[in-house]
Design a protein around this ligand. Structure first.
Ligand code: COA
Ligand code: NAP
Length: 274
């Protein structure tokens, strides 16, 4: 088998990223831009959309953006249709829009729970359901951005745990339903990624951020580039036979879950047993 530099060249390809105006998703959009792709990004804030489009255009790539809420199917569909009209068939469709706040179940209203389910899970359904019509068939790749909460039960994160577990199930079911049309569907599961809104919400102080970094086997948080590299590979011919996979990019964090914390507690168990 020969691998070619060409494999990671996205010239002439169209990439659509929901939530692609900040953090991890913008990092992914930037990586595809630098690899020659044509980018479309969507999020609610027109200001963020404008700033992201300007940044992506600075890499010399074609880029357009849409202000829309992923909870609104028609708005999502209209944006995808316009992206298709302007940039051609969509080669890579990425669902990354999400919301999060830390709260125990008893500290969140039904509407609080629903807001995260609606953005993360229904929003992913909307992007994929509306996006299907505009995908290149065969050949398109779908990437859903999941989170460790999808399989690590996490206090204060019931809404995110439920939503992202659902996102990964959508990945698997659509891998089955759309595989025969040459569409691959996979999830990327980022670990704790430095400098992002998500981490700022869950670990708001330098001390808590240091504790999170220390709990990763590689003893550092990830970067948006770490995640973007996996997205490039998954969307490339190098991943031609990867379908329905849920892949962590987390320095090994998901191997231990709360194992590191248990390591710290281990000394107490020993002393009580002796
Ligand atoms: N604790 C408990 N409940 C909270 C909360 C918190 N910290 N923050 C919001 N809520 C509740 C609100 O009180 C509201 O419920 P209510 O109507 O019963 O009072 C519900 O969540 C929806 O809040 P609202 O601000 O109207 O929703 P929104 O749709 O404008 O925003 C959020 C959605 C809440 C997820 C908001 O944080 C957001 O837009 N996040 C996007 C950015 C982000 O989270 N980035 C990290 C990505 S992982
Ligand atoms: P972020 O910068 O807040 O990214 C969220 C994006 O989604 C923003 O562009 C936001 O823009 C958009 N968005 C939010 N609600 C939306 C809605 N209703 N409709 C349309 N767009 C919406 O956060 P991040 O931390 O980089 O997270 C990005 C992704 O990575 C999320 O899927 C998250 O679950 C996942 N993740 C993050 C981490 C981490 O360490 N940060 C770890 C694991 C997984 P607007 O505000 O303009 O709408």
């Amino acid at each position: 088998m020969t691998m070619h530099e060409q494999d990671l060249n996205f010239s002439g390809r169209t990439i659509f990223v929901s939530g692609g105006t900040s953090g991890i998703n913008l990092g992914i959009a930037e990586a595809f831009s630098r690899a020659g792709g044509k980018l479309a990004v969507l999020s609610r804030s027109q200001e963020k959309v404008n700033a992201a489009v300007q940044k992506l255009q600075e890499y010399g790539s074609e880029a357009i953006g849409f202000s829309a809420d992923v909870r609104d199917f028609e708005a999502v569909e209209t944006s995808l249709k316009k992206a298709h009209e302007n940039l051609g068939e969509i080669d890579v469709l990425i669902s990354g829009a999400a919301g999060n706040f830390p709260a125990p179940v008893l500290g969140m209203s039904a509407n609080g729970f629903k807001s995260v389910i609606d953005i993360d899970l229904l929003g992913t359904f909307n992007v994929l359901r509306a996006g299907y019509a505009f995908l290149k068939k065969p050949g398109a790749t779908i990437i859903n951005i999941s989170a460790p909460q999808a399989y690590v039960p996490t206090p204060l994160q019931a809404h995110v745990c439920a939503a992202k577990a659902g996102v990964d199930m959508l990945t698997r079911v659509l891998a089955l339903e759309w595989g025969d049309q040459g569409i691959r569907v996979n999830s990327i599961v980022p670990g704790p990624i430095e400098g992002t809104e998500g981490m700022a919400r869950l670990a708001p102080t330098p001390t808590s951020q240091a504790a999170v970094a220390a709990s990763v086997p590689m003893k550092r948080m990830g970067t948006t580039t770490d995640v973007a590299k996996l997205a490039l590979v998954l969307a490339s011919p190098l991943a031609d036979y990867i379908n329905g996979a849920v892949i962590p990019v987390d320095g090994g964090w998901s191997l231990t879950g709360f194992g590191d914390l248990m390591n710290k507690l281990a000394s107490q168990f020993k002393s009580s047993a002796q």
